[in-house]
Design a protein around this ligand. Structure first.
Ligand code: AMP
Length: 493
């Protein structure tokens, strides 16, 4: 099967060829014809399957075929793509710009954590396709900067994550102001009952697609476990990086503090490392990611939220320094490698106290992970010396107060997001509605990007890196974490 046989127009085929794609991925070959036909779609597809092009290409096709409506002097938004995090918004926005580069359509990305004014300026000029995180979008709508009366297509991308992050109320508010007559595309890695409930009121006679078995990890990712004492994990990681000469490794820790501590440790071992998490400023995050992609940083140490949506071409190696509390996050983590058919490796360093999490993960992926002790790092029967995870952390009370301030506060930043605007000084950021954003990000407008994808015409670009509203997710997930096993990390992810 070729992209041409799917019925896409020549400018899109040209853009796809420029990206070096020869064959549509399974989600693309199923979703593109359905979307072109104008059908609603409900697709179970996780990041890494090529889902973004699966909805972006046919949307661009349809919008470029129809007449561009006018609403007064402004071009009204015709396609709205909602994403949970600023990283994902940035990436989707980049895909829209890349695939649409030979079409006369305008696109923009808006999200929180950065100034709103550049976004307002961009939107006032009018855009055909808007990629947004929900909180900032609502702000902009309430400020009457954006209108949806001519909206033709709505996409909810990573809908499961949006619900996890507590966006349901914002989503419902947004749905309430959209025209009833529209095409709806719902993408989600998993289809929980909550997602199905949301879908009921959203999609109409949808084409249902599924490209990966529920909660399956990409088959191309080789996964295994190294059992090890907790206290020896840093040394084992350093050993693995050095002996295997891993040049680009994404490492997941559970907490921001843990990410900082590990970064320092690796640097002390002569391994270039950088941390990416919600306490880092937007600029620091962007720089860490850019350095990691360019090879200046060998190990990127990330928390789950920060890493969500990162699309790093051909990432060969993922390490779970600690297993996540939520088994689904394991699948998301290792989805950073083995993307679009490439092979990848995911290794988990598992200490005795993580047995329960490991069992949960194995249940979820219906697979037993090979466990292999590394010589010199074999676990001791009692699990080795105790590790003080709180070492170096702020006192609990202070932390809480800090979080509270972030949650409710944000006097200056307002709720919100802002878009970055290429040429207008904004950056892409995530959604930091209700001030939950980040401590240090609000006015970062740095529009460094990684030079992937050429956006023509596209209103906004900028920081690819951004933060998800961690605290909100924490809050909303608190009740949902089933296997949570000893509550860790609230507010620290
Ligand atoms: P996504 O699942 O949309 O995040 O896409 C994952 C990665 O696959 C992105 O880096 C895309 O650029 C890449 N990709 C998407 N479609 C194709 C294709 N048909 N062939 C090769 N790579 C692709």
């Amino acid at each position: 099967m070729s992209f041409a046989s799917l019925g896409l127009s020549a400018p899109l085929l040209k853009a796809v060829a420029e990206q070096g794609y020869d064959t549509p991925s399974p989600i693309q070959s199923q979703a593109i014809p359905a979307v072109l036909e104008g059908r609603d779609v409900m697709a179970a597809a996780q990041t890494g399957t090529g889902k973004t092009a699966g909805f972006t290409l046919p949307i661009l096709h349809r919008l470029s075929q129809g007449d561009r409506p006018r609403a007064g002097s402004q071009i009204p938004v015709r396609a709205l793509i909602l994403t949970p995090t600023r990283e994902l918004a940035a990436q989707v926005g980049e895909s829209v710009a890349t695939y649409g580069k030979h079409l006369p359509l305008k696109s923009a990305v808006v999200f929180g954590g950065v100034k709103i004014n550049p976004q307002i300026a961009t939107l006032r000029q009018g855009v055909d396709i808007l990629v947004a995180t929900p909180g900032r979008l609502l702000d902009l709508y309430q400020q009457k900067v954006v209108r949806f009366d001519k909206l033709e297509v709505l996409v909810l991308d990573e809908a499961d994550r949006m619900l996890d992050m507590g966006f349901i109320h914002d989503i419902r508010k947004i749905l309430a102001v959209l025209p009833k007559q529209r095409q709806n595309l719902l993408f989600s890695a998993t289809f929980s009952n909550d997602i199905r409930n949301l879908a009921k009121g959203l999609v109409n006679d949808p084409v249902e697609l599924s490209v990966t078995p529920r909660n399956a990890a990409a088959a191309t990712v080789k996964q295994w476990v190294h059992p090890v004492d907790k206290s020896r994990k840093p040394a084992l990681l350093s050993h693995l990086i050095q002996t295997h000469q891993w040049q680009q490794v994404l490492v997941f820790t559970r907490t921001k503090h843990g990410a900082n501590r590990l970064t320092k440790y690796l640097e002390g071992q002569g391994i270039e490392a950088a941390a990416i998490h919600g306490n880092k400023s937007q600029n620091a995050r962007t720089k860490a990611l850019a350095d990691f992609k360019s090879g200046g940083v060998r190990a990127l140490i990330a928390t789950d939220i920060a890493a969500r949506g990162l699309d790093i071409d051909q990432l060969p190696q993922v390490v779970n320094f600690e297993l996540p509390n939520v088994a689904e996050d394991y699948v998301h983590r290792i989805g950073r490698t083995g993307r679009a058919g490439a092979s990848g490796q995911a290794v988990s360093l598992v200490s005795l106290d993580e047995k329960k999490e490991l069992a949960g993960i194995e249940r979820l992926i219906s697979q037993r992970l090979t466990s292999e002790a590394v010589t010199g790092f074999e676990p001791t029967p009692g699990g080795g010396p105790k590790v003080d995870e709180n070492e170096g952390r702020q006192p609990r009370g202070g932390q809480r107060r800090g979080d509270g301030g972030q949650r409710r506060g944000n006097g200056g930043g307002g709720r919100g997001n802002s878009a970055g605007g290429r040429g207008n000084g904004g950056g892409r950021g995530g959604d930091s509605r209700r001030g939950e954003g980040r401590s240090a990000s609000s006015s970062q407008g740095g529009s460094q990007d990684d030079n992937r994808g050429n956006r023509i015409d596209s209103g906004n670009r900028g920081n690819r890196s951004g933060d998800a509203p961690a605290q909100r997710r924490q809050r909303s997930r608190g009740g949902q974490r089933r296997s949570g096993g000893g509550g860790t990390s609230n507010g620290n992810v």
